[in-house]
Design a protein around this ligand. Structure first.
Ligand code: NAD
Ligand code: ZN
Length: 357
């Protein structure tokens, strides 16, 4: 069976397109019971971006705590906050921020219409009811969360997405002005997420013409951005496209070894996704050969340093947990290494890899 891939309904792209938000939301503001919840990364507290939000009388602004990656606990808390406030209202959710806020807003919009805890839905196609209308506005580029059908959550027992067609945003607004002032390190780590998405998609066994078309373009854009003397403004515009295309590529293929290990690493060490990927990918020459050499060149050329020795203080229990989390990600291993992946990926092999990081 081929994937019947759900795309985002609508996309706006361009500098200053953020100003269109009020117009875009008009279509959702039907009747006096309609309301919009703006879930905004708290890094923007007291910023001009907040001043420019089209907030009406019934609406609510929530500043999302993004000091750590999204947890099911926090999603449940936010959902309760919205439900308590918006009783009887027809709600839409607007998420503004990096991948963490994209995922929080996707998850909250799903949990407003699905009972129980978000932890109950970590997995593939477990969501029963469509989400409320949700719109995403990225302020960092690289995760592809703006186009993906997942929201990655750390739950009580696993780090796993809520993967469903209903997770996909109804609308995204891509305004390169919004990513301009991101901290330089964070911009780089998040951008490298896209680079890794492409490598894993293009070298995986699930690859097909659809995923290749997007993945190759995104990979070329990444190289142009980080291996040529491109102007920063042009680079930001291209990075937004690279992120989106990288997301579309993996949506019709899959990620691989780096992501499987990175999930385990960040579950235990609480390192953010972008930096975790970089720490892991740096050690994966055995799997991704020339791409790892190229990645190191990108890191050097742009004057960054990838953290090393991060697992030095880890206990036996920590390594076991990292291995458990990684092993759960069967589709990633199958994509990277084929159906017989278990012949290569043993618990000892994973421990050896984690110990190198
Ligand atoms: P992030 O959203 O975690 O943000 C990192 C830091 O940058 C935060 O402190 C945030 O406040 C700050 N920040 C964001 N935008 C800023 C801006 N414009 N200016 C200044 N500071 C800014 O980072 P990310 O790398 O975009 O997202 C990582 C998250 O995305 C992880 O939780 C990961 O699991 C998730 N993810 C999701 C998918 C998906 O398909 N759903 C894919 C990959 C990663
Ligand atoms: Zn990723």
């Amino acid at each position: 069976m081929y994937k019947n891939f759900k795309l985002i309904d609508r996309v706006v792209f361009g500098r200053g397109s953020f100003y269109q938000l009020g117009d875009i939301l008009e279509a959702q503001r039907v009747g006096k019971d309609s309301s919009v919840v703006f879930l905004v990364d708290n890094v923007f507290e007291n910023s001009e971006l907040i001043d420019r939000l089209p907030i009406n009388k019934n609406d609510k602004l929530i500043l999302a705590d993004t000091s750590s990656e999204p947890t099911t606990y926090y999603v449940d808390e936010l959902t309760k906050m919205v439900k308590d406030y918006e009783i009887g209202m027809s709600v839409s959710v607007v998420g503004i921020g990096g991948g963490t806020t994209m995922d929080l807003s996707k998850a909250v919009s799903l949990m407003l219409t699905n009972e129980g805890s978000s932890a109950d839905y970590q997995g593939w196609d477990l969501i029963k009811n469509p989400a409320v209308y949700h719109l995403g506005i990225p302020t960092l580029s690289g995760t592809g969360a703006e186009v993906s059908r997942t929201t990655v959550l750390t739950g009580p027992v696993k780090k796993l997405g809520i993967n469903s067609d209903y997770t996909v945003f109804n609308q995204i607004v891509l305004d390169p002005d919004l990513i301009e002032n991101a901290p330089i390190n964070q911009r780089f780590y998040t951008a490298m997420d896209t680079y890794v998405h492409n490598v894993e998609a293009l070298t995986g066994t699930f690859i097909n013409a659809f995923a290749r078309a997007y993945g190759e373009k995104s990979y070329d854009l990444c190289k142009e951005i980080f291996l040529t003397d491109i102007d920063r403004r042009e680079a930001d515009e291209k990075l937004m496209m690279a992120s989106m295309f990288g997301g579309l590529s993996i949506a019709y293929s899959q990620v691989g070894v780096c992501h499987a290990l990175s999930y385990g690493l960040s579950y235990v060490l609480k390192t953010r996704h972008g930096v975790s990927n970089c720490i892991v990918f740096d050690q994966l020459e055995e799997f991704y050969k020339d791409y790892v050499v190229e990645f190191k060149e990108i890191v050097d050329r742009n004057g960054f340093e990838i953290p090393k020795g991060v697992t030095k203080g880890c206990t036996d229990q920590d390594f076991e947990k990292m291995i458990d989390i990684s092993m759960l990600l069967v589709p990633l291993w199958e994509n990277a290494l084929g159906k017989d992946w278990k012949l290569i990926i043993t618990r000892d092999k994973l421990r050896e890899l984690f110990q190198k990081m």
